[in-house]
Design a protein around this ligand. Sequence first.
Ligand SMILES: C[S@@+](CC[C@H](N)C(=O)[O-])C[C@H]1O[C@@H](n2cnc3c(N)ncnc32)[C@H](O)[C@@H]1O
Length: 203
Amino acid sequence: MKEPNATHEKAQSFFEGLWRRGDPWELETSEFEQAKYADEISILAGRRYGRALEIGCGIGSFTRLLTGPCDSILALDISPTAIARAHERGLHAVEFREQNIMHFDLERERPWDLIVLNETIYYLGWLYSFFDVAWLATQLFDATATSGRLLMANTCGGLTNYLLRPPIIRTYHDLFVNVGYQTTLPESKYSSAICRAAPQWDS
Ligand SMILES: C[S@@+](CC[C@H](N)C(=O)[O-])C[C@H]1O[C@@H](n2cnc3c(N)ncnc32)[C@H](O)[C@@H]1O
């Protein structure tokens, strides 16, 4: 596990500043976000997930919906304010934890039946090196139970946000395929991708 460093400080201060101002991405109120959440939950339907890991959970807007198909959830976010607000939801069987995913000991806490990575990977790609992001993807694959899944949603496109440019967003999807996940469903209009881990190790 890497030690906290200047990049961590920069990332935490950036996201903490946003969350202190309210709901910067309008996750609670935007029709687009609500439709995307519903789309993702429908992708998950048809099976139960024992242990789920949600990366970049924010104030727990999607976590709340994950409590349906998941038995227990560890939801991480780098922002202390977001985590404090998520706690206030009082969700059963959810642990909200202030944690930078780049410093999280995936080896120690695996395996996960479901890993959720919504609208967060492009921020990691913005602040961390290509190798760091690719290494995280590798570790996430290793930490996914044999029949587990990764669910990722990324807004794709937009004129002003360079982080969301389609070739870049598609590259993150390809990265997860390259580390071993298999796409089991076509991408939806919300650019959700659900992948199943190929057998690698038994939980
Ligand atoms: C656009 S928000 C998405 C929130 C949530 N996943 C959703 O879609 O409803 C991105 C979130 O990622 C968190 N985040 C960014 N970098 C992170 C990191 N290195 N580790 C953990 N969380 C991070 C931010 O604080 C923010 O809450």
